[in-house]
Write a protein that binds this ligand. Structure first.
Ligand code: 6CS
Length: 317
């Protein structure tokens, strides 16, 4: 048997490394019975084409991140800023704690759209790029920053004082090169592998959010699997939590070195005080989220906020 797995990124990316290791684990655990075929970004069309295809069952698995907001509005929870801790490993553990990952409200949100969520994968900090230094909301004024296509991100960047616009991932390089947009938000590895850093002057680290993707299956495909295959998937998903954390931190570190070796791009790190100004502006966007998704999604946001608080307390003990 062959299972199809569509990812939103190119070969060498965090999603690719995840999918490749998932394929390896599944193949091993099924004694070669199941092969996983990976479709990289572009092979099946654009981002929303990927979601359409996993919803219809044309592929069995996919990653969904910011653009998934149109399909699963509740997934915009992962676009909220200043929700997680400053520690990436803590975040990965909270998001993949069964109390969150298998929370009925999360399952229902996806299953209602013919999808079944399996894992929540942080891929590194979301880092701003621009052609000017941005340390304050005032300095964001007039900056046409590209966000992934969801209302929550647009509202967030409006609250930061910028002019958010949406553009497909594959069009971003030329969009920036031609000056149609001034800035962009990506984990470091993506700024590098998509060559975005070559057409931008500043990389700005505000640690406002992590890039988060949901690993999901087509619902009917998942429901129709044997218990053995469900167990294989569950074991793989669990093993992938520490695996992909190690891979993403290493990839993001290595790629930052490549960026600085190959360009004069300036690295800007916001101070705690500068971050605070953005954090304050991000808080009302939680109400927008609640209003957009209703009771179920709001409950889920509260579950996550409480789990993050708890994790923060136990790490600061
Ligand atoms: O910005 C985007 O659209 C894409 N960026 C990454 C790092 N992964 C997938 C996502 O769609």
């Amino acid at each position: 048997v062959t299972w199809g797995f569509a990812i939103e990124e190119i070969e060498g990316s965090v999603q690719y490394e995840y999918a490749a290791h998932f394929a390896e684990l599944v193949n091993q655990k099924t004694d070669g019975e199941v092969d996983v075929r990976i479709y990289t970004y572009g092979q099946l069309g654009g981002l929303t084409d990927i979601y359409d295809q996993v919803q219809s069952g044309a592929v069995d698995f996919a990653f969904g991140s910011g653009f998934l907001g149109g399909t699963v509005p509740e997934s915009q929870l992962f676009s909220l800023n200043f929700v997680l801790t400053d520690d990436e490993w803590t975040n990965a553990q909270v998001l993949n704690d069964p109390a969150f990952r298998k929370h009925p409200d999360l399952l229902d949100s996806f299953r209602e759209r013919d999808l079944h969520p399996l894992a929540v994968v942080p891929e590194g900090w979301q880092v701003w790029s621009a052609n000017q230094e941005i340390r304050t909301p005032e300095e964001f004024a007039g900056v046409a920053i590209r966000t992934m296509d969801n209302r929550l991100l647009r509202e967030t960047y409006q609250a930061y004082g910028a002019d958010p616009t949406t553009m497909e991932y594959g069009e971003l390089f030329s969009g920036m090169q031609l000056g149609q947009i001034d800035g962009n938000i990506q984990p470091v590895f993506a700024h590098q592998e998509m060559d975005f850093y070559q057409v931008q002057d500043y990389l700005i680290f505000a640690n406002q959010a992590q890039f988060i993707a949901t690993f999901m299956a087509n619902k009917d495909f998942y429901d129709g699997l044997s218990d053995e295959h469900k167990t294989v998937i569950e074991e793989a998903v669990e093993a992938l939590v520490p695996y992909i954390h190690a891979v993403q931190t290493e990839l993001n570190n290595e790629r930052l070195d490549i960026i600085t070796e190959n360009s004069d791009i300036e690295l800007v790190y916001l101070t705690a005080e500068e971050r605070e100004a953005f954090r304050e502006r991000s808080l009302p966007v939680r109400d927008t989220f609640a209003e957009m998704v209703g009771e179920r999604g709001t409950r889920l946001m509260q579950v996550l906020l409480d789990m993050v608080d708890e994790a923060q307390e136990s790490t600061s003990d």
